[in-house]
Ligand binder design. Structure first.
Ligand SMILES: Nc1ncnc2c1ncn2[C@@H]1O[C@H](COP(=O)(O)OP(=O)(O)O)[C@@H](O)[C@H]1O
Ligand SMILES: Cc1ncc(COP(=O)(O)OP(=O)(O)O)c(N)n1
Length: 273
């Protein structure tokens, strides 16, 4: 049996809704063997981030080396990387292991407002990491920071995607969840030649903790299985829609998405047939 393997290089979310916890749950739900290299420990719950404790770059490198030198990985996801030392070290490891299916989720600010990427590290993302990325998945605020432009319209998003592509990343997904006052959310994919649009109904819920992490992890899992970029994004959109639709009402604040909802729905539809 061929086993697809995915590695997440990201922070730990003690609350389980985002970070490597969301990634590993998503990999598992999509039948991909998940591995992790932790970049930072965060003390989090549904009320927010209460503490951030970055690991040393050496600690991150040794975790990656342990995986790359033995298990290997078919696809890599980067999430919270926190500072430029870690970003540069991770970029070096990606080159050493010649990993090509690299999905970068440029995590900057947690939904509750806590900083997960130092301001000085944005240039390191652009100069070291994006040139190695197959796909980058910013939300609109993250795309604004990476491009230096404001994004209000779909034309702005297309322009931002072209700028990000010019930084070396082969495929750009600009997610649409932060668009205000619209019932239809559009995730845009740009492959350097054409734009594709994935439209979803906005789901009214406060429980959207970890949506971006889960979305990028689903793309990573699908890429690890050998699917195309387009199919991987298409599946990730379906995965996150079910995860939000069946959200988990736990904790006193913004609850997490439901990482088993997608497969549960598929099993139920098979049972009906
Ligand atoms: N309320 C919502 N209803 C339906 N889909 C949503 C909602 N919020 C976000 N999404 C989807 O979740 C994914 C993450 O988008 P977004 O929230 O923009 O990124 P992030 O979680 O990184 O801030 C996208 O596919 C987006 O369309
Ligand atoms: C360790 C860690 N990584 C990433 C995040 C971001 O999660 P969230 O704040 O819910 O934002 P999106 O995943 O929706 O972009 C985090 N909080 N912790």
């Amino acid at each position: 049996m061929s086993i697809s393997k995915a590695l997440t290089i990201a922070g730990s979310d003690s609350g389980g809704g985002a970070g490597i916890q969301a990634d590993l749950k998503t990999f598992q739900e999509l039948n991909v063997y998940g591995m992790s290299a932790i970049t930072a420990i965060t003390a989090q719950n549904t009320l927010g981030v209460h503490g951030v404790f970055p690991l040393t770059a050496e600690a991150v490198v040794q975790q990656i080396e342990a995986i790359g030198s033995d298990l290997g990985a078919d696809a890599i996801k980067t999430g919270m990387l926190f500072n430029s030392e870690i970003i540069e070290a991770v970029s070096e490891q990606i080159k050493i292991f010649n990993w090509s299916k690299v999905i970068v989720d440029p995590v900057m600010i947690a939904k509750g407002g806590a900083s997960l990427l130092q301001d000085e590290a944005v240039e390191a993302v652009k100069n070291h990491l994006l040139p190695l990325a197959l796909i980058v998945t910013p939300n609109i605020p993250e795309a604004e920071v990476l491009t230096g432009m404001k994004i209000h319209t779909l034309d702005d998003r297309r322009a931002a995607a072209e700028i990000l592509h010019s930084l070396g990343v082969k495929n750009v997904v600009i997610k649409g969840g932060h668009v205000e006052n619209e019932n239809q959310l559009v995730d845009l994919l740009y492959d350097g030649t054409e734009f594709s649009y994935f439209s979803s109904e906005r789901i009214e819920t406060k429980n959207t903790h970890g949506t971006g992490c889960t979305f990028a992890a689903a793309i990573t899992a699908e890429m690890a299985k050998g699917n195309t970029v387009y199919h991987s994004v298409e599946t990730a959109v379906s995965f996150i829609q079910e995860a939000i639709k069946e959200d988990l009402e736990i904790g006193q604040g913004h609850g997490p998405t439901n990482h088993w909802a997608y497969q549960q729905k598929k099993r139920q539809s098979l049972h009906v047939e």
